[in-house]
Ligand binder design. Sequence first.
Ligand code: BG6
Length: 512
Amino acid sequence: MTAANPFHDPVRFERRVSGCALVIFGANGDLTKRKLVPALYRLAYERRLPAGFSIVGNSRTAMGDDEFREKMREATKSFLEDTPFDEDLWREFAAGLFYIAGDLKDPGCYAAIRTKLEELEQSRQTGGNALFYLSTQPSHYATAIGGLGAAGLAKGGNGQWRRIVVEKPFGHDLESARELEREIHKVFAEEQVYRIDHYLGKETVQNILAFRFGNGIFEPLWNRRYVNHVQITAAESIGVEGRGAYYQEAGALRDMIQNHLLQVMATVAMEPPAAFEAQGVRDERAKLLRSIRILKPEEVLANAVSGQYGEGRVGGQVLPGFRQEPGVSPNAQTDTYAAATFFVDNWRWAGVPFYIRSGKRLAKRVTDIAIQFNSAPHAVFSPQARDAAPWSEPNLLVLRVQPEEGISLRFLSKLPGSGMKLRPVTMDFKYGSSFGVRSPAAYETLLIDALTGDATLYTRQDMVEASWQAVHPIMSVWGNTKFDFPNYAAGSWGPKESDDMLARRGHTWRTP
Ligand code: BG6
């Protein structure tokens, strides 16, 4: 076993979590209920957590341990998608759930957390190790970090570890991301910091690396000589789901493209690392993000499209427009849809457009990456050989991130019969049917990673800054542009301007 062999990394593959406690700031929030606690329960179900593993929730809401446990029980039952809810296991799990009400501005809150951690070290053998998870409103991050530092909680004594997970958004622009970084580093050393981007924890996003670097036949084609363009789509059918106030300020470019989709693009386009370990993988991702061409202000409107949904009809049901959603201003200029064309200025990708789009209330929920290859250089078959209109469509490789996880490759085939007729067919790999086991949710993977001290799938400050830099010109031009919103109907595939953006280069969006 050597560290250079990507398949024999003892930390990633054995993943033994030592005794520890997890402290969640923002424990009364949506993420804790929908994602974190259900993910932790599933890890307990799979016996991945150490005996005595403890969770300490904090928020301002007054409640006791029992009320917190009950809330988490209800949430876990309703958000566990594919794991049975086992009452006995829950009792065991809930015995390690605790709650401390307190204001992050109050030093007493950290003192109470400290006392609780000391108590758990004795009563539940947590070894004094702790992972802090920042899941509050982002405007409270700096306060919480300062509070942890002042209370001496950021440093463990005597071989104990302390780490911190920072939820997105990591700043709302380049400057605020740098400011947050300064606050973090006043208190935590870089190796203690885990900046989460849950897309990097998705099985299918990780599989991009396995597909590219575990096989010999794809990588030689993975460049400007063979790839015509790349389309990355993250479409959501849901609207803003009660997050109107947050989303109105954020918008799709900040909420999805700056972080999740640029990370996906980096995974698709990065150079091979020497080994599958944190620094190497992150160095390559960061290098790719830094190679994204920064648009000039006068190029923005031709290379980025902003959209906002209006009322629409889906399956006979009328859906309200964004401006009619609760918490949203009737004049909001928010982008609920964003699309952009990026170029990577390096030898591998020079001149290849990467089209990225994401939006709320689109026709269906789907995230995928489509690599479109160049057409065959010479037409051997006569036009009469075409059987169906799309026969001349070039080879297309689709990496499906969700919901039907898998990979498909489209190519032309001869139709059975005496004549020479061609038709596109698809070779399809489906995760579900090939492996027959459920894939862990992104938060399960990432929590285990942080608990074992593996930052491979976490982002780094240079990556965060490079991706803010890439979207910066778009944000600033959009900020000074008055859009004629709404410009797409709920339930559609987004604004027409997005199709026009691709058409200018002779391309069209696929309908996934
Ligand atoms: C979050 C965004 O980061 O990702 C949400 O804030 C979005 O607006 C969500 O809905 C999408 O995640 P997933 O895993 O459902 O694709």
